[in-house]
Design a protein around this ligand. Structure first.
Ligand code: NAD
Length: 329
């Protein structure tokens, strides 16, 4: 795509247009790498002169707005986004910031693959799934309870020991690659909807008004975070995920405890190498300080946790439906 120098105002409008196509319409019009490149350009402009920051800048918000066709759900604990990095030097900066904060030389992290689907929150009361919601703008999401109930990986009732009376567990709904390919092949034969990529297919399938349609789509789920829980929980991210697993909710098998900068970069390289052989799309790794007390001390910015980062992979392939969009204000 040709390099173009946008004014600040045009860049905000352009990114907002792309974000609406991606988050609200589930129909992206540019590749993620192009979006990320322009987003980074906007961040640099805003860092250079914070007085220009517009309240509708995509850097001020999480995701997209909830569709009014769904009932809305206000998250008791917001679902945030993640800061992202793209290079070894940014990884070093992240690790150094954490070391400075903890006064440790070798911090323990919980390292996880970054699943490329969409974030949902599942609420269990007395062990039963009572609500499922999309992230939406982080504060208000869409009620997709009936659709989530059609996903076999999401237990309708928790099992195992010490099931909490209240649990808000967050994770990613995604479409495995084999299911995505089969779906598209059938759609091509029958003239049905062909999806650009598995992320897009997952989002379009989950945000259906008729849950019978969702039920036919090959979706699955992995948990990666506890938003709220009535039980006293272990004090590390890794052990919390093991508790979730113990209640019958799937957790990605590649998550791992790693130590210091070498642990982080080895994990990144290992997952990058495994990426082509996985049956699901990942667009990077998510690196989280493992200690929950440290996470709590570090807290959040308006849109991201300070104790975690997404280290993005280089783009694997451009999405198939790529339009060379020329922006007109
Ligand atoms: P993000 O996707 O970069 O990161 C946050 C999300 O990561 C979370 O909401 C969660 O859903 C997901 N995630 C996956 N695995 C996780 C794990 N193990 N732990 C925690 N979270 C995990 O942020 P975003 O705000 O959802 O979206 C921004 C990205 O979306 C951009 O970087 C871009 O690639 C893409 N995007 C593309 C377009 C486009 O037009 N192509 C438009 C907007 C956004």
């Amino acid at each position: 795509m040709s390099e173009k120098n946008y004014s600040y105002k045009d860049l905000v409008a352009l990114l907002n247009r792309y974000a609406k196509a991606y988050y609200v319409d589930d129909d992206p019009i540019v590749t993620d790498s192009e979006y990320d490149r322009l987003y980074r350009q906007l961040e640099i402009m805003e860092q250079a002169d914070p007085t220009i920051i517009s309240p509708d800048s995509p850097t001020r918000r999480v995701g997209g707005q909830a569709l009014s066709a769904f009932a809305s759900v206000t998250h008791r604990v917001p679902l945030l986004s993640l800061g992202d990095i793209f290079s070894v030097s940014e990884l070093n900066d992240f690790n150094e910031r954490i070391c400075d904060f903890t006064h440790e030389e070798k911090v323990e992290y919980c390292a996880e693959p970054k699943l490329d689907g969409l974030a949902v929150s599942l609420i269990y009361e007395n062990g039963l799934l009572v609500k499922a919601a999309t992230r939406g703008d982080g504060r208000v999401g869409e009620d997709i309870t009936e659709n989530a109930k059609t996903i076999k990986a999401i237990p309708l009732r928790l099992s195992g020991e010490n099931v909490p009376s209240y649990l808000d567990v967050r994770g990613e709904v995604f479409m495995p690659r084999d299911g995505f390919e089969k779906w598209n092949e059938r759609a091509r034969q029958n003239g049905g909807k062909v999806f650009a990529n598995p992320r897009n297919a997952a989002a379009g399938s989950l945000r259906q008004l008729d849950s019978k349609i969702t039920a036919k789509r090959p979706l699955t789920f992995n948990a990666y975070y506890i938003g709220e829980c009535s039980n006293e929980l272990p004090d590390t991210q890794y052990d919390r995920l093991m508790s979730v697993k113990g209640w019958g909710i799937p957790v990605n098998p590649l998550i791992k405890k790693v130590y210091g900068i070498k642990g982080l970069s080895d994990f990144y390289n290992d997952i990058l190498q495994k990426r082509p052989g996985l049956n699901y799309d990942i667009d990077g790794v998510v690196l989280k300080v493992n200690s929950i007390p440290v996470q709590e001390d570090m807290g959040f910015t308006a849109r991201t946790p300070r104790w975690a980062i997404a280290y993005k992979f280089p783009p694997e392939e451009e999405i198939t439906r790529l339009l060379d969009v020329e922006f007109q204000v």
